[in-house]
Design a protein around this ligand. Sequence first.
Ligand code: ARG
Length: 430
Amino acid sequence: MKLWSKGLEPDKMIEDFTVGRDRDLDLLLAKYDVQGSKAHIKMLSEIGLLKADEWEKLDRGLDEIAKDIENGKFAIEPGVEDVHSQVEFLLTQKLGDVGKKIHSGRSRNDQVLVDLKLFFRAELKEIAAAVNKLFVTLQKLSEEHKDKLMPGYTHLQIAMPSSFGLWFGAYAEALIDDMQMLLGAYRIADQNPLGSAAGYGSSFPLNRKRTTELLGFSTLHYNVVAAQMSRGKTERAVAMAISSIASTLGRFAMDVCLWNCQNFNFITFPAELTTGSSIMPHKKNPDVFEIMRGKCNILQSLPNEVALLTVNLPLGYNRDLQLLKDLLFPACTELRRCLEICDFMLANIIVRDNLLDDPKYDYLFTVEEVNRLVLEGMPFRDAYRKVGMEVERGEYRPVKSVAHTHEGSIGNLCNAEISFKMQKLLDQLG
Ligand code: ARG
């Protein structure tokens, strides 16, 4: 039986097609649906639309449902369309007619909106925690390996000396930019849409500031149409944050695959963290980072998918919006899994030392030589030419030491400053 049924049940095929994966995906919203309903009925009681004893019964009923959700005893039954219908159905079953009063002044359109805002807020915090965990690990590795030099490349040709301190630290700092995107998405999610009802408000004297306060949102979507428009817009922001983090992670995964290759041989992992081949007995493949790279590449299509789904929708609620859940929910889970496994792998990474002793890396030091001559007083262009000619004649002999001191360079990583930058963002996440 549908909430909206007037006696005629819809065709089974229509029902299956339109409900889609909602019965599964909505389980993730259940906890927030109850939270939203609790705030709504409290407000309804305060504006006189529910009597004190009615509010009490409903509130207790919702608490019981919340407990069932927590204990994994909540399910969306076949024939029930979504989590909103299921919660109302359970309340009516438990409490009779009073259960039917809960829906005054709201619609499933603002209900799902508020559920999603609460869900994304929590999810973004979880993702932020996972990003920060990886950030801390990368910074630790950066400090631990700051004296180990490695080749730096441009055009994938050896260029100048780099270090493991720079490499690990670079990805840590790149995650801060991703965190900015995440914070932006969080702020967009942190606004109360409840009370926008079907998308055009209600003639009841709803107190939207009160539900904002009760749900801990930092502000409201004031304009009810803007509130409805935020479905899709919030997801777009979340998708961009996810994509941004995935781009950093995917790139890191590529570095690892390359540098773990025997031709580079900069890093390795314990055998039990690699995978074998069914035919080649010597194989220790970096499959974890290959899967990570692939998943992160796919995750980067998310903003595009959200855009394609929503780009030409007419104003107001449209059922297409339901499909945003199919895109965003699994993506949040995938991203978190990638962050977690990356952190796990890094706890076991083995970094090789003395890489630059190999003569194939001699030319990494030409700029060091040019700079040494400049410091002795030779104009840069002359020094460049002198060293260049030595290289051409095969007479160049490197002095394999580096003394970089400026901020953010091999000898002065500024990890404390970078860590401070991250902390400032995390503090704003509330
Ligand atoms: N499952 C729907 C969604 O996610 C809930 C809102 C239904 N509203 C409606 N008018 N059909 O969008």
